[in-house]
Each structure stands twice: as structure tokens, then as C-alpha cells.
Design a protein around this ligand. Sequence first.
Ligand SMILES: C[S@@+](CC[C@H](N)C(=O)[O-])C[C@H]1O[C@@H](n2cnc3c(N)ncnc32)[C@H](O)[C@@H]1O
Length: 246
Amino acid sequence: MAKQNIYDNEIFFEGYQKLRERGVNANNLFEIPARYALLPDLKGLRVLDLGCGMGDDCREYIRRGAKEVVGIDISEKMLEAAKAKNADPGITYIRMPMEDLYKLEGGFDVVVSSLAIHYVEDYKGVIREVNRLLKKGGEFIFSQEHPVNSCYGGGERWTKDENGIKIYSNLANYGIEGERESTWFVDNVKKYHRMFSTVINDLIDAGFAIERLTEPVPTKELVAKYPDYYDLYHRPDFLLVKARKI
Ligand SMILES: C[S@@+](CC[C@H](N)C(=O)[O-])C[C@H]1O[C@@H](n2cnc3c(N)ncnc32)[C@H](O)[C@@H]1O
């Protein structure tokens, strides 16, 4: 199956790095706090991070007491940045796509993945391997683009009133799963849309029990400060899932 390594594209990488360096972004305000809230006590645990990017989370897991963290990513540039700014004796960074998880040995207590799994076509195959890599009772905690977002395949994202205020988020082709191409820093960025029910049912079929779902939305105070995030009341950006191997 096709694998895209867009984070190694020079223009994409620079754009993404600038976005993450900006303190105020949706990762810092919504995704990271929501994901950290789902984590167990990591003291003494073995953690695997799928699509670890620049390694900030890997280091945070060590800071929280993890005994060992393995971070894998398809992108050389992201891993270079990880090794430069988030090196730690407890962390091993490996360049590999998560489609190749069959190459890893198991025994992990927690598998985490942040905003990476929507780049993968073979979701079923990846979560089957995640299940194998976890100890019994181990947790899989991941975030992805929310399905009401990942279905976007072109056209106007919003319906606006006569004053240009967004009144509806447009939804089209939600029920057609599969590849979507969009422009984000560069053209032809490939992601994969799956319906909410598919995301959950495939996990159940792979041997997980669903423990918690999160769709982060801003507080009123946050919207008062950053009005653009009112968008998330119409349509959440992220879906977070906590599942346990049974
Ligand atoms: C939005 S970034 C998130 C990085 C990091 N998890 C974070 O939250 O800061 C997505 C990451 O997924 C990686 N990625 C994309 N497709 C992948 C694949 N098939 N296997 C492994 N990593 C992949 C990208 O290279 C990138 O580092």
C-alpha cells in the first residue's frame, strides 16, 4: 500500500516547524492536554510512540517516569530534529513507517500516537500489530484528525452569513472512506478518511476495549481570547481514543 513521507518535503517541513514553534496552536491548546489527560501513570513503563515526529512527547513520557520510550517515524527530517532537541538515554528513535510494525518485538505497556494515524491507509493492519506489541491490559492512546474533518475532499469548508461569519461547517462525502488529497503548506498531501464507526469498530475487531473518547472543544475563556477557535464548536478538529488490549 502507498506510503507518503510528506514531512521530508523541505517546504512542508519548514511550514510545519514554524506552526509548531508558534506557542498558540491547536496542538498546544487542545490535542496535547487532551492526550496527556488520557495517559496512565507512566512510572517504570515501556512506551512506543507511532509517528513521534520531533520527539517532544517521547521526552515528556520519560519526564513522567517511563522506563523506556521507542519513537518511530517515517520522516528523516523529523527524527533529525528529535535527536537534536529531544535526545535522552531512555529514548530510542527508529526510522520506520508504522506499516512495518511487524519488525518490532512486543512487550509494551502503552502505545501512543499523536496525529499520525490518518496518514496510514492500512489502519486495520497497524492496529492489529499495535495489539500484538502490547502486553495484555496495555493501553493504546491515539489522536487523529476528527472524521468530520478528515472527510474533506475540496470545496468550501464553511457556509457564511452575509457578514462573513461562519454559520455551518460543510460536510460532504462523509460516507466515502479512503484517500483524500489536500493542500497544507504544499499541494497533494495525502491522508485517509475513515468514518467514526470504522475507527472504533476496527479497534474492537482487533481485540481492544474502548475506554474513553475525547473531542476537545475550547472553554469560553479561551474563545474570548482567541475567537478563531469558535470553529471547534461547529466541528471538532481532533478525535482521541483510549483503548485497552483485552
Ligand atoms: C502531525 S505530525 C505529529 C508528530 C508528533 N506525533 C507530534 O504530535 O508532535 C505527524 C507525524 O507522523 C509521521 N508519519 C506520517 N506517516 C507515517 C507513517 N506511515 N509511519 C510513521 N510515521 C508517519 C510524520 O512523519 C510526522 O512526523
